[in-house]
Write a protein that binds this ligand. Structure first.
Ligand SMILES: [Zn+2]
Length: 119
């Protein structure tokens, strides 16, 4: 896999900035959906369970967004330092195609699948 060209770096930098903006917006928008379900709300037992389930799903989505936001911010820091695009595990270049699809990813495809296989 080739290292990134300056042009590819600039493009991925723009992608990261956009991604960070989008994730911040998503997190801000989902804040209201994460309030605890009020006990005094006039809803039945079933709909209360529905509400709790929806709340758990919203929280899981939020956590994913938060994780991704953290990775994107780290990636941007690495870009500033000029060490962006190298796999954090094997230190080989991650590759432009993969970074274009997921600019925040800290691992190459091989290391990522290995990690996921272990979990
Ligand atoms: Zn790797």
């Amino acid at each position: 896999m080739d290292a990134l060209s300056p042009r590819q770096c600039a493009e991925l930098r723009a992608d990261l900035v956009t991604l960070i903006d989008q994730l911040r917006d998503l997190l801000a928008a989902s804040e209201s959906g994460c309030r605890p379900v009020g006990l005094d709300q006039p809803i039945g037992r079933l709909s209360r369970m529905d509400a709790l389930q929806q709340q758990q799903m919203a929280q899981a989505t939020r956590q994913k967004h938060e994780l991704r936001l953290g990775l994107a911010q780290q990636a941007l820091t690495l870009l500033e330092r000029g060490t962006y695009g190298d796999c954090r595990r094997c230190e080989e270049p991650v590759g432009y195609a993969r970074l274009k699809a997921r600019p925040e990813t800290p691992f190459c495809l091989e290391c990522q699948s290995e990690r996921e296989g272990k979990n």
